[in-house]
Design a protein around this ligand. Structure first.
Ligand SMILES: [Zn+2]
Length: 259
């Protein structure tokens, strides 16, 4: 019983709908195989969410490449876990960024990381405490390989996160090294597993500048580490430091606004 409770909590935290599928599988256990029911229920709920969530104000971002003028998730795992839902206005804004990037750098693809779950206001998308209303979206940085060739829709890390751009040695220390309690993980152990690609500074700077110059809605904000914004030469009021309790933002860009 405890095992089932833990499974339901964990699945709900990472995918929102997984816990319900587990519950369905428990209920139907007398008449059907547990894992078959779980997989079918999870697939049914996840596919169903694509059609039902828009009625509740959240639309899914494409799970696979959808052409240069639409943002899509970097890795289909975000869709598999139902973490690709946003307010329609946020999707439009991200699509406009993707289209502009393709105009400026033909063939470029703009990719999303964690967005939000399909349902329920105030349900956080862990570990991002603020991604709880469909109005927050993380964007992948752009990269080249060591020869300077743009990597289409790919990032240093397969999921986009945790391949940090390290601050220059003379950068101001913003947060205590030990960090205390919080989500500012340095993930030092993981750095050597990341692809050794340099940041595509031209594309990433262009994307950051477009986001800075095209605010929309209210409370518009773009979170990125100050050393990265400085390196890319983009400076604007809407570009902010997220604080020391939140995750590092030199492996991705966080975008948010109220439509
Ligand atoms: Zn975020």
């Amino acid at each position: 019983m405890i095992r089932h409770g833990l499974a339901i909590i964990l699945l709900t935290l990472i995918s929102q709908l997984g816990g319900i599928a587990w519950l369905v599988a428990i209920v139907l256990r007398p008449v059907a195989r547990f894992w078959t029911v779980f997989v079918l229920a999870y697939l049914g709920l996840s596919v169903g969410a694509h059609y039902v969530a828009p009625g509740f104000g959240r639309v899914p971002l494409p799970c696979l490449d959808a052409g240069p003028t639409q943002i899509a998730v970097l890795n289909p795992v975000y869709c598999a876990l139902n973490r690709n839902y946003v307010d329609p206005a946020l999707k439009s804004h991200a699509d406009a960024l993707a289209a502009q990037m393709h105009d400026d750098f033909p063939g470029t693809r703009t990719r999303a990381l964690d967005a939000g779950f399909p349902f329920v206001e105030g349900f956080p998308l862990l570990p991002h405490l603020s991604h709880d209303d469909g109005q927050k979206l993380d964007l992948a940085l752009y990269y080249t390989d060591q020869d300077g060739t743009y990597q289409l829709g790919r990032a240093r890390s397969p999921i986009g996160y945790w391949a940090f751009e390290q601050p220059p040695a003379n950068a101001a220390t913003l947060c205590d090294a030990d960090g205390g309690f919080g989500l500012r993980w340095d993930m030092d152990w993981a750095q050597s597993y990341m692809r050794p690609w340099p940041l595509d500074e031209d594309r990433t700077a262009a994307a950051l500048a477009w986001l800075a110059n095209n605010p929309t809605g209210t409370d518009y904000a773009v979170f990125v580490e100050p050393h990265l914004a400085e390196r890319l030469g983009v400076n604007a009021d809407v570009i902010r430091f997220q604080g020391c309790q939140a995750a590092r933002h030199d492996d991705h860009i966080h975008l948010q606004f109220q439509p």
